[in-house]
Design a protein around this ligand. Structure first.
Ligand SMILES: *[C@@H]1O[C@H](CO)[C@@H](O)[C@H](O)[C@H]1NC(C)=O
Ligand SMILES: *[C@@H]1O[C@H](CO)[C@@H](O)[C@H](O)[C@H]1NC(C)=O
Ligand SMILES: *[C@@H]1O[C@H](CO)[C@@H](O)[C@H](O)[C@H]1NC(C)=O
Ligand SMILES: *[C@@H]1O[C@H](CO)[C@@H](O)[C@H](O)[C@H]1NC(C)=O
Ligand SMILES: *[C@@H]1O[C@H](CO)[C@@H](O)[C@H](O)[C@H]1NC(C)=O
Ligand SMILES: *[C@@H]1O[C@H](CO)[C@@H](O)[C@H](O)[C@H]1NC(C)=O
Ligand SMILES: *[C@@H]1O[C@H](CO)[C@@H](O)[C@H](O)[C@H]1NC(C)=O
Length: 379
């Protein structure tokens, strides 16, 4: 019994509170920063750790993943974690990740960084995911610090994702990060990830899908998930780009349900496209208008009469209406005056004569004077 406890104590001191190894996998939970930087590093530095195939570090409090945090292999390829296929770092409150953090695991297939608080926009280094040539799955679901607006993250995240050669990446999950746009990411990154099949961008704050597909790239895309975003409508150019992707991969599934669709005249292109596209649009029959006069109607069933743009009663047009009303009133008053003048023309003529005659009489003298001035020779 005593020896069992001694053994147990030895086990805990070597592998710590949270970590145990079995079947070439390391499992740790509830790890803190100090443990991660010291005890865990010592553990990972052991010679036989090169046999490890998976590391699961979950539900801890590790705010910073430093360079070579899992192992240092500088100048010695034998020190690499050559069998490591999966690294799970979900739910750890991770806020910063150094460049070369995942440098010594060249065979890694899956990297899970979901449910963290990464302040990616102030990362000092863009080489976070370098040396991961075999990576197939990258999970960044709810990974970013969303205490402030997600649009801040977009440029840096694009840079970081473009840095490595993700030749093997098939699944990229970027859902639940409050991302507000992703244009830069698409225009360049998609083309540079030739194996990419599934892109998940659900539960963000995207207003559009700015694809700008490059026709000289080859796309294998099978699933693009934009569900639960803030899209109002999709312009013709975007729909054309989506069809280009379908032409390239031949089996694209698109998730665009649960948006803030505005079903006015701008929705016509999407309505028509849904009827004809070869893309597998999930819940195609259940895409519903978000508000306005077509509230909760399905886009596919809208009639042309329903897809109209109602002129908004904004202040500018209200001002115009005022000007028009005043003009019309003035014209009516003018016509009324002219009509009155015409109808009473004889009275007015008589009245005018009585006023005009004395003037004419008085004016006679003036005329004489004027004539005299006129006839005065010019000196
Ligand atoms: C590494 O070696 C230690 C003893 O030296 C052993 O307890 C541990 O299980 C080994 N780990 C692996 C992954 O083989
Ligand atoms: C970190 O975890 C270890 C092991 O559980 C514990 O002994 C240590 O006090 C913790 N350190 C901090 C700073 O919480
Ligand atoms: C990143 O910058 C923000 C402010 O821009 C700051 O609040 C945050 O603490 C920084 N994060 C890190 C990990 O340095
Ligand atoms: C990443 O971890 C989360 C939470 O532990 C899990 O739900 C998710 O399926 C994992 N992602 C992948 C790609 O395995
Ligand atoms: C399209 O992709 C090709 C091949 O990768 C590249 O050379 C070209 O610059 C790209 N065009 C645009 C407009 O990005
Ligand atoms: C279309 O998508 C649905 C749901 O994502 C899937 O179950 C189905 O197999 C897909 N159909 C085709 C023809 O790819
Ligand atoms: C919209 O219509 C569907 C089907 O008729 C119904 O199930 C749903 O509750 C409606 N939603 C709202 C917000 O009214």
């Amino acid at each position: 019994m005593l020896s069992f406890f001694t053994l147990l104590t030895f086990f805990w001191t070597v592998y710590g509170d949270g970590c145990r190894t079995s079947n070439n996998e390391v499992w740790c939970t509830g790890m803190n920063q100090s443990y991660f930087d010291n005890e865990f590093k010592t553990l990972m530095a052991m010679d036989n750790m090169t046999n490890i195939e998976a590391i699961h570090i979950k539900h801890g409090k590790i705010q910073n993943i430093g360079a070579n945090a899992f192992r240092s292999c500088a100048g010695d390829a034998n020190k690499q974690l050559k069998k490591l296929k999966s690294l799970d770092l979900s739910y750890n409150d991770i806020r910063s990740i150094s460049g070369q953090a995942f440098h010594c695991m060249p065979t890694l297939n899956k990297l899970n960084l979901s449910h963290n608080m990464w302040d990616v926009q102030n990362a000092s280094h863009t080489g976070v995911f370098t040396n991961l040539a075999q990576l197939q799955k990258l999970d960044l679901t709810n990974s970013l610090n969303t205490d402030y607006s997600g649009h801040l993250h977009v440029p840096k995240l694009s840079e970081i994702l473009r840095k490595p050669k993700f030749e093997s990446l098939q699944l990229l999950k970027l859902g639940s990060n409050k991302l507000e746009f992703i244009s830069d990411f698409y225009q360049k990154t998609l083309c540079e990830m030739p194996a990419l099949k599934n892109v998940i961008l659900s539960e963000n704050l995207l207003h559009n899908i700015n694809l700008k597909v490059n026709q000289s790239c080859h796309y294998l895309l099978e699933l693009m998930d934009f569900s639960w975003n803030n899209i109002n409508f999709l312009p013709r150019s975007t729909l054309k780009d989506l069809d280009e992707l379908q032409k390239s991969s031949k089996k694209l599934t698109l998730r665009i349900y649960h948006q803030q669709w505005i079903c006015d005249c701008n929705i016509i292109d999407l309505h028509n496209w849904l009827k004809t596209t070869a893309i597998n649009v999930t819940n195609k029959d259940h895409l519903r208008c978000y508000d306005g006069h077509n509230f909760n109607k399905t886009i596919l069933k809208l009639t042309l009469e329903e897809m109209v743009c109602v002129k908004p009663e904004d202040s500018a047009s209200a001002g115009n209406t005022g000007v028009i009303v005043v003009t019309v009133l003035l014209v009516i008053i003018l016509i009324a005056i002219l009509a009155a003048v015409y109808m009473h023309r004889s009275k007015i003529q008589a009245c005018a004569r009585s006023v005009y005659d004395p003037i004419r009489r008085g004016g006679g003298n003036d005329h004489v004077q004027y004539s005299s001035v006129e006839s005065t020779p010019i000196a």
